[in-house]
Ligand binder design. Sequence first.
Ligand code: CU
Length: 642
Amino acid sequence: MTRRKPTRRRRLRNAAVITGAVGALVAVNGPVVGAAAADAYTSYQRDQAGYKAEHGHWDTVELPEEYRAHAIHAALLHNGKVLLVAGSGNDAQDFEAGTFRTILYDPATEESTEIPTPADLFCGGHAYLPDGNLLIAGGTRKYEVLAGEVTRSAGVLTVKNESRVSGINLPEGTEFTRDGKTYRTTEDVSVPPAHDMSGVMWMAGQQDVWIEAEEEGDGYDVTGSEQFQLAGLDAEQARNLYGQADSITRDKQDYGGLDASYEFDVASERYVRTDPLTMSRWYPTLIGLAGGKVLAVSGLDQHGKIIQGDNEVFDPATSSWTASPELQRYFPTYPSLFRLADGNRLFYSGSNSGYGSDVEGRQPGVWDLTDNTWTDVDGLADPEFNETSTSFLLAPAQDQKVAIVGGGAVGDSEDSTARFDVVDLTAASPRYEMLADYPSPARYLSAVTLPDDTTLLSGGSVGYRGNHQSDLHLTNSFDPETGALTEMAPNEVGRNYHSTALLLPDGRVLTMGSDPLYSDADDTVPGKFETRIELYSPPYLYAGDRPAVTGAPAEVTRGTTFPVSTAGAAVAEARLMRPSAVTHQTDTEQRSIALDVTAGAEPGSYDLGLDAAEGLTPSGWYMLVVLDADGVPSPARWVHVA
Ligand code: CU
């Protein structure tokens, strides 16, 4: 494919220039007596009622030390608590020790609970089931080993079994030889017997296993397709059972995926095991389908190789996963997918995080699941800067518009973009159109949609994982109606890789996590995982009295109207906000659905109409919010959509 250079707009700047620009901004806003004085001035200014009413306010929260886990995954449960999943938390020592963590944080009471975590769910995927339990699948089987630390040649060996009679189990430590050199398997493996391909030919049974050279140093590398013998077999046995590998090297070894699959049961606040994934996945995306099923795509397999388009579906009725060869499609890891209102199509915005070819699977488009067909969506600016970009469904979801903001080149490139493009997926031939740029090039932006239809964009960094201290202390409110960005109170805490953000039932925004590689401007001192929480109170929380929902059905049905009673100002608008389940700037859940509002007979009573489309409002729990004529939202009330 041809790759466009980002010449359409000049938005690529480097970190040094941006740092300079932010510095200059502080200087004109405050007396030029030094950075400390300028900071004190702005901090004082930001505490004033007038400033908060216009720009909102950030508060920093430190949990007690025993609850400071790495907030790599965050999900708002329908009991109002935030599930914060770290697993091993990108900490190799915790991984080796088998220390896997989950914290349940209640933002209303600020109380936390440690939840026993049965597997390393670090960098799995998640999606809500119709009953509100969170399905979490995939995770970490092994940590990466950087090239400089790989001492023995190693890689994937495909063990082949030509026997038509019996499979074979090979224990960890099984020796294979090639060219007089010995390699050992690092795990147990069972290889099935050959199988008959519909009477035409027999296919050898095969299974991949990781092998490692018995000695360190040069001389054990193997490249190109080579055959390995299983030690100790006679000639006839060796014809039936052998290995093949094409890359046994001392190259960097990527993280390996896990086939773990659990439901987080909200009622008991415990993990409940389901049947495992059919494939191990690290960095998969999970997304809900019709009938409460869940699709899992992409990820690195157990050996760290990117999965070549093998996708699978979870059925909550049987609590099990089934391979879906009819939905074969390759994506880079953690692709941003959005379920469209017709229910049968998914939009891939182009955003992703982690791994994948820099050319394959990067094309945004609409994926029709009824026949596995694909329609490109063109027009995206800076299409080679989609890694670590952020995508979100504009509010209300009925508009079927998706925005993509920021992003960087594949790998640890310093280059990032300020691109802010939007696509209208209701158009006959949807195409990305450009909006005004974000105020800075940015990776890892958080995007949280509020009940007033604005989306709060905050944090992120200019460089890869905040390199050169390029964290952005910058928050903007995006208005989907005008396309305008308004600068809000800046976030105090930097948020780059492995950061999360979500809307709380009370209307605040919670931000957590951040995993910088370094902690100094020269990128020499190792970084530290950010455990401070920061909470943003939007201007509507300083607008005086809020409306309130005083009565609503516990369960509502699509395509019907339901009564609510309210207190306070007259209700002008109502929304159902689906709670976020977010990791790596990927959130297939967050969406805001507009309800039709009709005044009832009694003062404060209204009838709210919910659209019939299942793809628009998938079954599950939602935050019901009513808004007054000034756009001030009520606190949310939980409602189940059947
Ligand atoms: Cu990660």
